[in-house]
Design a protein around this ligand. Structure first.
Ligand code: GDP
Ligand code: IMO
Ligand code: MG
Length: 426
């Protein structure tokens, strides 16, 4: 049995999509277990760029079944648009199924996200994809699940009931407008024939595949620091993007999870609000943004950039139980004279070796840095570990030593083929 979980270890955008695409070559099933179309996962194959929001990044491999799992909040309109883009590009989409337990992310969730961000004093900087409101409805037990779309009379009644409630909220609390039931219903009627064949009970499909020794790849979206419980709350997303999310979001027992691959970007980025201890607000930060192409795959927002924060990666290891690290975008650091890596937070004169829960404390933290000499060689075409410059190897070695997790693969460019394989990911 091979169950591989791929998770982000920082604030997202580590390159999970690329790594899932690489690992998907050997996978029978690829499963998204949390999040929604707030994710933006980029896969580049033979120079062609694909940005995926809801579809698992293994979708480009025809042989693997792609599952949108029970823990996902799935906007059906976005899903179909994404499928249409792939189909227009000559790819097939007949290997995609949606869990009947997945939450249907509705047009009113997107509007609510917008209204809540507008009204908030303390803005989160969400992607405005309706993620928070949809998960809130799920836990308030008013969410609509995909199986409820099958009996259309039932769906109509549920839509009416929830939309009436939302319209009161929009008009009376937020001073917004009401949304029209008939228009919304028509939009759902129009997509029904395409969505219904994809709705399946998926938990037995996933567990049977694991029991039959098939390889199942679980694709995390977002990352450890955006985790609803253990991230930089409240500046987080509304799901559990850690390996534990696979248990709740795909109905896989913890004992069945063998391999947890943490994707670590060689520096840090963050989109949206919230403390960011190693953030570079100077020319160096701007240089990394430009060189690394650090602009959001979902919203196009410039990503905040900074030095690698190993307290963050250590935290991700603790919350995920990483068996392997895949290091990405180390090619971007080429030609920086001195690299810095954060190994502690100094807060009010005390040095922390873990991340405090209170973000007011984190906001005061000064990074304790260890410095490394950089390298000038172009590493983006290298395919063997031994080809790497010694200074680059030292940087990688330190990541392994500090986290206690082996770096099994090094990604040196955005294309599927730009990799250095160090140790087999089992
Ligand atoms: P994800 O959300 O974790 O899947 O990451 P994104 O796709 O949002 O952002 C990662 C960006 O970096 C994408 O534009 C990728 O094409 C690109 N990328 C991934 N790995 C590498 C790498 O090793 N080197 C470089 N230069 N770019 C990479
Ligand atoms: P991938 O999968 C980076 C951030 C948003 C915001 C916070 C809450 O591509 O790594 P939300 O819309 O989820 O309620 O926003 O989380 N965020 C991400 N940042 N990558 C992502 O996904 C993100 N998904 C959400 O910017 O700060
Ligand atoms: Mg992304």
């Amino acid at each position: 049995m091979s169950s591989q979980v791929v998770v982000g270890t920082q604030w997202g955008d580590e390159g999970k999509g690329k790594i899932v695409d690489v690992l998907a070559e050997k996978a029978d099933l690829i499963v998204r277990f949390q999040g929604g179309d707030n994710a933006g996962h980029t896969v580049i194959v033979e120079g062609k760029k694909h940005v995926l929001h809801l579809l698992p990044s293994g979708v480009l491999h025809k042989g693997s079944l792609c599952i949108i799992g029970p823990g996902v909040v799935c906007n059906p309109f976005v899903l179909l648009k994404e499928m249409d883009t792939l189909i227009a590009g000559g790819l097939t989409c007949d290997h995609i199924i949606i869990s009947d337990r997945a939450q249907m992310l509705m047009p009113y969730h997107c509007y609510q996200d917008e209204l809540e961000e507008q009204a908030a004093n303390n803005k989160i900087g969400t992607t405005k994809r309706g993620i928070g409101p949809c998960y809130a409805d799920k836990y308030a037990r008013r969410g609509i699940r995909y199986h409820e779309f099958i009996d259309f009379d039932h769906f109509k009644a549920r839509l009416k009931e929830v939309l009436d409630f939302k319209n009161k909220l929009f008009t009376k609390v937020y001073d917004g407008h009401a949304m029209d039931y008939d228009t919304m219903l028509k939009d759902f009627e129009a997509i029904r024939d395409r969505i219904l064949p994809m709705i399946k009970e998926t938990t037995h499909i996933v567990n049977e595949a694991l029991d039959q020794d098939k390889t199942v790849l679980f694709e995390g979206a977002q990352a450890a620091m955006l985790d609803i419980n253990y991230g930089t709350y409240p500046y987080v997303t509304s799901s559990s993007p850690t390996s534990a999310g696979v248990t709740t979001g795909a109905a896989v027992a913890p004992s069945k999870i063998k391999t947890v691959v943490g994707v670590v970007k060689a520096y840090s980025t963050r989109v949206g609000e919230g403390p960011f201890v190693t953030e570079l607000l100077d020319e160096q930060g701007e240089w990394i943004r430009k060189t690394g192409g650090e602009y959001g795959a979902t919203t196009g927002r410039p990503r905040r950039c900074g030095w690698l924060d190993l307290l963050v990666v250590k935290h991700a290891n603790m919350t995920n139980g990483l068996t392997d690290i895949v290091l990405t975008k180390i090619d971007v650091l080429t030609s920086i004279e001195t690299l810095k890596v954060c190994v502690g937070y100094e807060i009010d004169g005390e040095v922390y070796d873990y991340i405090p829960s209170d973000q007011a404390l984190v906001a005061k933290a000064k990074a304790v840095y260890k410095e490394f000499p950089g390298w000038n060689e172009d590493i983006s075409k290298m395919s063997e570990y031994d080809q790497l410059p010694q200074n680059c190897k030292d940087y990688i070695k330190f990541i392994e030593e500090f986290t206690g997790v082996p770096v099994s693969m090094i990604s040196v460019g955005p294309d599927r083929v730009n990799n250095i394989y160090v140790k087999e990911i089992k």
